[in-house]
Design a protein around this ligand. Structure first.
Ligand code: GLC
Length: 746
C-alpha cells in the first residue's frame, strides 16, 4: 500500500473510534485465523476440552492421572474449579510448554461473591436494585480475577416458578421482565465495560434453556413446554444477557420436549447463534454431552459428540466425549472441520479479548490477590446489599424496629450461631481461608447492642429431627427477655443443585419451638433462613414479626442487626410467589384468566379453584413491607389512545406517610384485555425504587411504548394487537393501588 494511502487509513482509523474497534477486532480475527492455520486437529479438539481441577468438584468426578501431559500436549483448553494465583499459574506454565502455547481459560462458579460472599442471587433479586446487583458482581469479579479466574459460570438466569426446585436460589425468580433487568446488570457487573479488564471476568448466561421448568421441581428432570411459553417466559433473560454482551452461554442438563438442550440445534444454532447472532461460545454443563446417552437420544459417546458439536455446543465440560470422538468424527466425514474451526475460533477470540495471548499470567499477581481478597470496602458493600435483600413479611403493632432501650433479648434457634450456613449454596470455599470473616447472626447482634442490652442464647432444637429436649432451655431464656428473636429455616445445602424437596415446610420441630416460645407471651420476631420460598403458615399466622433473611452471605449478622434496629429500613420485595402449600405449585402472578376464573376462596361453583386450598399465594410476587408506609395518588395517563409509533406516559405520586425514611418499589403492571393469544391477568412492565423522606412526595413517570404492549402470537411473531389495555400501579402484584386504561389503535 502506498505511503499516503497508509497514512490516510491510519488517520481515518485513529480518528474514528468505531473503525478503531473494528480494526482491533479485525486484528483479533486475523490473529485467530493465523493461529487456527497452524493448529493440528488434535490441538483444535484440545481447545474444546474442559477439565475440572483435582480438588473441588461440582459434579461427578472423573480423575485423569495424566492431566499435566494432556495440557502439555495441547489437549486441554480450560480448567474449572482451580482457585488461586499460585495454582492457576502452575497450570498455565504447563500450558506454555505446549507446541502452540495457547493459554488455558480458568472458569469458576462465582455465583454470589468470591471470598466476600453476597446474598444468594434470589435474595439479591428481592432488592429490585440493579445497580446494587451490578456492584455485587463487580466486586465478585474483582476478587475472582485477582485470584487467577478468567470466567465465571454466572449469571444463572433461569426463570423459576417451582420452589421445590433447589436451584431457584440461584436465579432472579419468576418474572421475565425483572429477570431480564437483573441479567443485564449482572453481566455488566462481571464483565465491566469491555472484556479484558484486569478487574473483570467473562460472564456466562446459564442454563440455556428452561432448566427451571423441570417437571415436579426435580432437578435435571424433563421440561415439557410450548415454544410460545419458551419464548415469552424463559428466553427473555437469556436475550437480555446476550444483548448485554455476555461472553459465553452454558447449556442446560434438561431436555425440552425430549431433545436435550446440549444437542438442541433449535436452541443453540437457530435461536442463539442464528436469530440472536451470538458470537461468543457455548460450554456444556458438567458431563451433559455424555448424559445424552442417559436421555436416550444417542447410543454412545461418538453419537453424543456428533449431536452436541452439530447443535452448537462449543466446549465440552468434563464429559471427554469431544476429546475421545471428534477426531474420528472428522476423519469419518461425519463432522466437517468447519464446525470444529468455528467452535475453536469462538474460544480463541475470547482468549485474545482477555489479553491472555499477550500475557497468559496477567491475572496471576499474588500481591493483587492478597489486596483484593482483603479489601475492607467489599464487606461494607456486602453488608449494605444484604440489608437490601431482607424482606419484611410481617410487623404486627410495629414490633420492629427494636428499641435500643430493650434490656434483654433472647436470641434462639439452630441458626443463631451458625457461621458458614450464612453463605448459602454456591459459595466459593477458598482453600486456606478460614471462615472467621463471616459474621454470624449472634455476632451481628452483639456488634449492634454491645453492652447496652443483655443477650441470652439457646439453640432450642436442630434444623432437622424431632428432638425437643432443648425447648425447656429456650423457654427459660424467653421468659427472662423483653423480646425473642427466633432464627429458623433450612440448612444451606437443602437448596442449590440437586437439592429438590417435595415438602418445602420448615423442617424438623422448629415451628413447634415457636409455639412454645409464643406461649410465654413474649413478642417473637422470626428470621427465616432459606434458599427458596418455604411453607410456614403457623409462623406466618402467629409470629408478631417475620424477616425473610434468605442466605445473606459473609455480612449476614451485621445486615440482620441493621434491619432489626432500623439502621436500615427494609425495602425488599419478593421476586417469586410464596405458596400456602406445595399443592398450589406452580403458582405465579402472571397467570391466564381461564374460562372460569375464580376470584375468591368462598365459591367453588364450577370455577378454577380448590376445594381444600386457597387460590391465593401466602405472599405475592412483589410483596414486601417497610417500617414506614406509602400512599399512591394522582395517577395520570397521558393519552387515552396510542398507535404503535407513539408512547404513553403514566405518572403517579408516591408519598411517605409513615415515621421512617424508606424506599418503595413502585410496580407497573399491564393487562392486554383481549389478544389472539390469551394474555396474563397482569404482567410487570416496569418498576422504580424510590427513596422518600418522611412526608416527602415524588412523582414517578413510566414510559409505555409498543414494545411493552407486544407478545408472541400463534406464529411466534413479536406483535402488538389493537385493543384495550388496563394499567395498574402496585405496591405488589396483589396490592394494586391505582388503575388506568388506554387503547392501542391501528
Ligand atoms: C454444575 C452446574 C453448573 C456449574 C457447573 C460447573 O453441575 O449445573 O451451573 O456452572 O456444574 O460447576
Amino acid at each position: 500500500m502506498r505511503s499516503y494511502h497508509l497514512a490516510f487509513w491510519l488517520i481515518f482509523i485513529l480518528t474514528n473510534p468505531f473503525m478503531f474497534v473494528v480494526a482491533q477486532q479485525k486484528s483479533i480475527d486475523q490473529k485467530v485465523d493465523s493461529v487456527l492455520r497452524l493448529m493440528t486437529l488434535d490441538e483444535k479438539i484440545g481447545q474444546l476440552n474442559q477439565y475440572n481441577d483435582d480438588w473441588i468438584a461440582t459434579g461427578p468426578v472423573t480423575v485423569d492421572s495424566d492431566k499435566s501431559n494432556q495440557i502439555r500436549n495441547g489437549q486441554v483448553g480450560s480448567l474449572l474449579n482451580c482457585l488461586g494465583v499460585e495454582r492457576t499459574a502452575a497450570w498455565q506454565r504447563i500450558a506454555m510448554q505446549s507446541r502452540m502455547k495457547i493459554p488455558l481459560l480458568f472458569g469458576q462458579d462465582v455465583i454470589h461473591g468470591f471470598k466476600t460472599t453476597f446474598p444468594i442471587p434470589l435474595a439479591e433479586a428481592c432488592s429490585w436494585d440493579p445497580e446494587a446487583m451490578k456492584l455485587s458482581a463487580q466486586i465478585a469479579a474483582d476478587e475472582a480475577s485477582a485470584s487467577g479466574i478468567h470466567w465465571t459460570f454466572a449469571p444463572m438466569v433461569d426463570i423459576a416458578r417451582d420452589p421445590r426446585w433447589g436451584r431457584i436460589m440461584e436465579g432472579a425468580g419468576e418474572d421475565p421482565y425483572l429477570g431480564s433487568v437483573i441479567a443485564k446488570a449482572r453481566v455488566e457487573g462481571f464483565q465491566g465495560d469491555k472484556l479484558g479488564g484486569l478487574n473483570s471476568v467473562m460472564a456466562c448466561a446459564k442454563h440455556f434453556a428452561a432448566y427451571g421448568a423441570a417437571i415436579g421441581g426435580r432437578d435435571y428432570n424433563s421440561v415439557d413446554m410450548s415454544d410460545r411459553m419458551l419464548w415469552e417466559t424463559y428466553l427473555p433473560p437469556f436475550k437480555a444477557a446476550a444483548d448485554a454482551g455476555v461472553a459465553t452461554f452454558m447449556n442446560s442438563f434438561n431436555d425440552i420436549n425430549g431433545v436435550p438442550a446440549t444437542g438442541n440445534k433449535y436452541l443453540q444454532r437457530e435461536i442463539l447463534k442464528g436469530k440472536w447472532n451470538f458470537s461468543g461460545f457455548v460450554v456444556s454443563d458438567w458431563g451433559s454431552i455424555g448424559e445424552m446417552i442417559n436421555h436416550g437420544n444417542v447410543k454412545n459417546d461418538y453419537e453424543a459428540a456428533l449431536s452436541a458439536i452439530t447443535a452448537g455446543s462449543d466446549m465440552d465440560m468434563e464429559s471427554r466425549c469431544y476429546k475421545n470422538n471428534l477426531a474420528k468424527l472428522v476423519n469419518d466425514k461425519s463432522v466437517p472441520i468447519a464446525l470444529i474451526d468455528d467452535a475453536v475460533r469462538r474460544i480463541l477470540v475470547k482468549k485474545f479479548e482477555l489479553g491472555l495471548f499477550d500475557d497468559p499470567f496477567r491475572f496471576c499477581n499474588a500481591e493483587r490477590e492478597k489486596k483484593a481478597l482483603n479489601n475492607p470496602e467489599h464487606p461494607k458493600t456486602a453488608r449494605q446489599i444484604a440489608a437490601k435483600s431482607i424482606v419484611l413479611l410481617k410487623n404486627e403493632n410495629q414490633l420492629l424496629p427494636l428499641s435500643r432501650n430493650i434490656k434483654t433479648i433472647a436470641f434462639i434457634g439452630p441458626l443463631v450461631k451458625a457461621v458458614k450456613q450464612n453463605k448459602g449454596f454456591w459459595d466459593v470455599d477458598l482453600p486456606g481461608v478460614d471462615s472467621n470473616f463471616i459474621v454470624s447472626q449472634w455476632e451481628g447482634l452483639q456488634n449492634k447492642v454491645g453492652e447496652t442490652t443483655k443477650l441470652l442464647y439457646a439453640k432450642g432444637c436442630e434444623i432437622e429431627g424431632n428432638n425437643t429436649d432443648g425447648f425447656a432451655e429456650a423457654v427459660n431464656m424467653a421468659k427472662q427477655a423483653d423480646v425473642v428473636i427466633l432464627s429458623i429455616g433450612e440448612r444451606r445445602d437443602m437448596s442449590g443443585e440437586a437439592k429438590s424437596r417435595s415438602n418445602i415446610c420448615i423442617p424438623g420441630v422448629q415451628e413447634d419451638l415457636l409455639k412454645v416460645l409464643l406461649a410465654t407471651g413474649k413478642p417473637v420476631v422470626v428470621l427465616i433462613n432459606a434458599g427458596r420460598p418455604l411453607v410456614f403458615n403457623y409462623t406466618a399466622d402467629h409470629a408478631q414479626a417475620i424477616l425473610y433473611t434468605w442466605w445473606l452471605g459473609s455480612e449476614a449478622g451485621n445486615a440482620i442487626a441493621d434491619v432489626l434496629f432500623g439502621d436500615y429500613n427494609p425495602s425488599a420485595k419478593l421476586a417469586v410467589t410464596f405458596p400456602r402449600s406445595v399443592g398450589q405449585i406452580p403458582i405465579y402472578y402472571s397467570h391466564f384468566s381461564t374460562g372460569r376464573p375464580a376470584s375468591s376462596d368462598d365459591n367453588h361453583n364450577y370455577n378454577s379453584s380448590y376445594l381444600d386450598e386457597s387460590i391465593f399465594p401466602k405472599y405475592a410476587f412483589g410483596y414486601g413491607l417497610s417500617y414506614t408506609s406509602f400512599a399512591y395518588s394522582n395517577l395520570h395517563v397521558s393519552a387515552a389512545t396510542i398507535n404503535r409509533n407513539e408512547q404513553i406516559v403514566a405518572s403517579v405520586s408516591v408519598t411517605n406517610t409513615g415515621k421512617y425514611e424508606g424506599e418503595e418499589i413502585v410496580q407497573l403492571y399491564l393487562r392486554d384485555k383481549v389478544g389472539s393469544i390469551a394474555r396474563p391477568v397482569k404482567e410487570l412492565k416496569d418498576f422504580r425504587k424510590v427513596l422518600l423522606k418522611v412526608g416527602e412526595t415524588k412523582t414517578i413517570k413510566f414510559i409505555i411504548d409498543n414494545e411493552k404492549l407486544s407478545f408472541y402470537n400463534q406464529n411466534l411473531e413479536w406483535v402488538s394487537e389493537p385493543g384495550d389495555f388496563e394499567l395498574m400501579i402496585g405496591a405488589s402484584s396483589e396490592d394494586i393501588r391505582l388503575k388506568g386504561a388506554f387503547q392501542l389503535v391501528d
